[in-house]
Design a protein around this ligand. Sequence first.
Ligand code: TMP
Length: 198
Amino acid sequence: MLITLEGLDGSGKTTAWEALHDVYPDAVFTREPTESWYGDAVYRSMGDEDADALAELFLFTADHADHLSRVVRPALAEGELVVSDRYSDSRFAYQAATLEESELRRPLDYIRGIHAAFSRPPDATIYLDVDPETAAARAGATNKFERASYLRTVRENYERLIDAEPHRFVRVDATEPPEDVVEMVERSVERLVREHDD
Ligand code: TMP
């Protein structure tokens, strides 16, 4: 089973993902961007204010393709539980926002289309919902994606994804204290795994 964690920067997603390691010691914990050289290329692009947004989409997507074939698909084939800190929805939400002013007419649909051809959709996605102002303040704006106005568009994109597939998403209020957020995520994963096994 593939469970993904999504949300704005500063939503507490990575803290929750780390806490799940103790609860599911046998699961495969992974993340995007990955630690491969494709991931290094992605971070290099993110650090460049002048990076071409379309080129950046393809770097993220290349990293995803490698992640799928090297980590996600083999683990799922072995029947493992895979928990990924960010996955395809991050592309749909973030790159659709960076490409909003581009020549693409419907960036979100375009990016979903690219993924539909080769990706493996998550079985369930836990969305850590936080307002863009809190997210930007918590994240400390260490990269170009962490500005509040940009995160507002990213959040709207996440909402569009949830509207399109309400059954795949579990929404967690990430404005709550971190320990409560972790607990809500743990309870959600427990329920999802139980329902999947039934
Ligand atoms: P992180 O906050 O989970 O470490 O993610 C790093 C940044 O990369 C974060 O600002 C979101 C961004 N990102 C994208 O823009 N598109 C993607 O597909 C992924 C995986 C991350």
